[in-house]
Write a protein that binds this ligand. Structure first.
Ligand SMILES: Cc1cc2nc3c(=O)[nH]c(=O)nc-3n(C[C@H](O)[C@H](O)[C@H](O)COP(=O)(O)O)c2cc1C
Length: 343
């Protein structure tokens, strides 16, 4: 892209410059880590296409992560990141695996970084990216040395917070964009939205849902088919029925598994009322209900009883196509939107 020009492409390159420099990619678009989906094939294809792929470590052991990083490096010489979940019991070992491979970017998800993890990642020379759920926590993360932030709204697929992307962007970008690169995620399906967030000060964006049906994605054909058929209103957040039984909200396509989960909560709450089960056991039953459910849907193709995590932008996914084509469309739409700004 010619970043001196006043064309839409030039404007886009200028607005993405900081984010792309930070990531070491051509465009400041990240494919957010998706457990089971974001493995060697999707990640390398994304980085090879000029974007930034991120491996989802999820519940992998350090040995499996080690193999996944090695396999990804064999498929791309471009930078990519690794997403680690903060509550993983072997977090320090996973960080050590990333350090051993000289991974350039580590993304910490699933809560505030536990003691020592920020220092360990920074000491390896990697750049650290964290999710910032509120402005106050974002400032705290920046003070603790985090290099970049992702702000993710509740339109996103997977585990979500309570606030929409548009509100988070308005609250956070004016305060934070000058301090560290901020990447906006959640509900982005087209380039026009990317242009809008860049105009508001974002360094770049992170998309997940839009990349699930990439040709290179190993998701089961039935998982991809469910995405292609679904509209925005099919991607619903899980609901908590009883204050005593906490449910971490997850956005996924409506299916029989979701209905059975509601029934399960009712059943467990009733057994609590009747004294048939103790509180700890009841909470554990709810927490464990979805264990392995994403794998069941992504890998085994059980889209009725597994968890088909998807964001509201799923309605904009209408076919399977190479990741380079998806990226090119996003860039074309964003550039066209910025071109119009001059008119
Ligand atoms: C199937 C699926 C699995 C996901 N798994 C993870 C994960 O393991 N770790 C994580 O940090 N985010 C995860 N996410 C969130 C994505 O990384 C990304 O931030 C999100 O999809 C962006 O919003 P969008 O879906 O509206 O594009 C997942 C999302 C989806 C759709």
């Amino acid at each position: 892209m010619n970043d001196r020009s006043t064309t839409g492409e030039g404007r886009l390159a200028r607005r993405m410059h900081r984010g792309a420099q930070f990531l070491g990619s051509e465009v400041a678009i990240m494919a957010g880590a998706m457990s089971w989906v974001s493995e060697r094939n999707l990640v390398s294809a994304m980085s090879n296409a000029g974007g930034f792929g991120v491996i989802a470590c999820g519940a992998m052991t350090p040995e499996l992560l080690d193999a996944e990083i090695a396999a990804t490096k064999a498929l791309t010489g471009k930078p990519f990141g690794v997403n680690l979940i903060t509550m993983h019991p072997a977090l320090s070992d996973l960080i050590a695996v990333c350090t051993g491979h000289g991974v350039g970017h580590v993304v910490l998800a699933g809560g505030l970084p536990p003691k020592g993890s920020v220092e360990a990642i920074k000491a390896s020379g990697a750049k650290l990216i964290c999710f910032a759920p509120t402005l106050a926590l974002a400032k705290k993360l920046i003070r603790s040395g985090v290099d970049a932030l992702v702000i993710e709204g509740m339109e996103a697929g997977g585990h979500i917070g309570p606030v929409s992307t548009s509100v988070l962007a308005q609250e956070m970008l004016p305060e934070l964009a000058d301090q560290v690169p901020v990447f906006v995620a959640g509900g982005i399906g087209r380039g026009e939205a990317i242009a809008g967030y860049l105009d508001m000060g974002a360094a770049g964006v992170q998309l997940g849902t839009r990349f699930v049906c990439a040709t290179e994605s190993v998701a089961h054909p039935k998982f991809k088919q469910a995405f292609i058929r679904a509209s925005a209103r099919d991607a619903v957040a899980s609901v908590q029925l009883d204050a005593r039984l906490p449910v971490i909200p997850v956005r996924a396509l409506k299916n029989a598994g979701g209905e059975l989960f509601t029934a399960k909560q009712r059943e467990v709450a009733q057994s609590l009322d009747e004294g048939g089960v103790a509180m700890a056991e009841a909470q554990l039953q709810i927490e464990h209900y979805w264990a392995g459910a994403l794998r069941r849907a992504v890998i085994d193709g059980d889209v009725e009883h597994g968890s088909v995590m998807a964001g509201q932008s799923v309605g904009m996914v209408d076919k399977e196509e190479p990741i380079a084509a998806i990226l090119a469309a996003l860039v074309r739409e964003a550039a066209a939107a910025l071109e119009k700004r001059a008119a």
